[in-house]
Design a protein around this ligand. Structure first.
Ligand SMILES: Nc1ncnc2c1ncn2[C@@H]1O[C@H](COP(=O)(O)OP(=O)(O)OP(=O)(O)O)[C@@H](O)[C@H]1O
Length: 259
């Protein structure tokens, strides 16, 4: 699956929120979208997963224009894990994950044995099989997030669109979920706030600033002390992990502290 975004622009109430965005996800790539609060990451992702309609530009999935696909057809190609907001419906975990199967089924088609196999496989991947009968509303933020990841996996799409997929997870699950997603070898476009996680998992990164793509490239070449200063207004030192050869960002506090 390839995702291509070209000259994508969206205005809300006369304000340019994203402007002339050009980006691609090529076969097998894990792509990160980073940028400060309000830079337009979620808006770009919402436009891709069809919650918002762009005023200009194109989105293509495997050369097909997104607007020419039915919602069911595009849901077979891309699954979405959004930020957790007010998603507190009174469904069980099993029911929520089963929703991932709906693009593959007709209106009145009942769940098959195969559907159950797929959803329990997805729940196993996020360590939540024992939670299947629990009410979603009673789960912790991190557990909810893992359920929504399982739902996206159950959708069995090639492309995953993730908006802050790990922000509610503790460090063990952050690593476990990103390792899992990476191991699936699917195409991934993920907005990630934690820059150290972004540099360690992404093949390429797009940096957004004020609604535009400010920079693009491999983590090692693109994430520099100058870029962090310019885009985030923070001082940081970038070092290389001697074992993995990956870069690591050490932030410099503005406040003196001897601890
Ligand atoms: N419906 C809306 N009406 C007005 N402004 C909006 C609307 N949706 C988004 N915006 C504005 O568009 C800008 C981009 O928002 P967006 O949520 O895409 O940023 P983001 O990069 O995902 O931010 P964050 O890192 O804080 O999640 C923000 O200034 C936001 O206030």
């Amino acid at each position: 699956m390839e995702l291509e975004i070209d000259k994508l622009s969206l205005m809300i109430e006369g304000k340019k929120i994203i402007e002339k965005i050009k980006a691609q996800v090529f076969k097998g790539e894990f792509i990160g979208l980073i940028g400060p609060n309000g830079s337009g990451k979620s808006t770009l992702l919402k436009t891709i997963y069809r919650v918002l309609k762009p005023q200009a530009g194109l989105i293509k999935l495997d050369q097909q224009k997104l607007q020419d696909l039915s919602f069911q057809a595009s849901a077979k190609k891309m699954a979405v894990v959004r930020q957790l907001n007010n998603f507190n419906f009174d469904f069980t975990v099993e029911e929520i994950v089963m929703m991932g199967r709906s693009p593959h089924k007709g209106m009145l088609e009942v769940e098959s044995e195969q559907d159950y196999k797929i959803i329990y496989n997805a729940l196993a991947k996020v360590n939540l099989v024992d939670y299947a009968a629990r009410s979603f509303a009673t789960l912790s933020g991190g557990e909810k997030q893992r359920v929504l990841i399982a739902r996206a996996l159950a959708q069995e799409t090639e492309l995953l669109i993730l908006d802050e997929p790990t922000n509610h997870l503790d460090i063990r699950y952050k690593l476990q979920i990103l390792d899992l997603i990476k191991s699936l070898k699917k195409e991934v476009l993920a907005a990630i706030h934690d820059l150290n996680l972004a540099v360690s998992y992404c093949d390429r990164i797009y940096v957004m600033k004020a609604g535009k793509i400010f920079a693009e490239g491999k983590p090692k070449t693109i994430i520099t002390e100058d870029l962090l200063r310019e885009v985030y207004q923070v001082e940081a030192k970038i070092i290389e992990d001697p074992e993995t050869k990956k870069i690591n960002i050490i932030y410099r506090s503005q406040v003196k502290n001897d601890n």
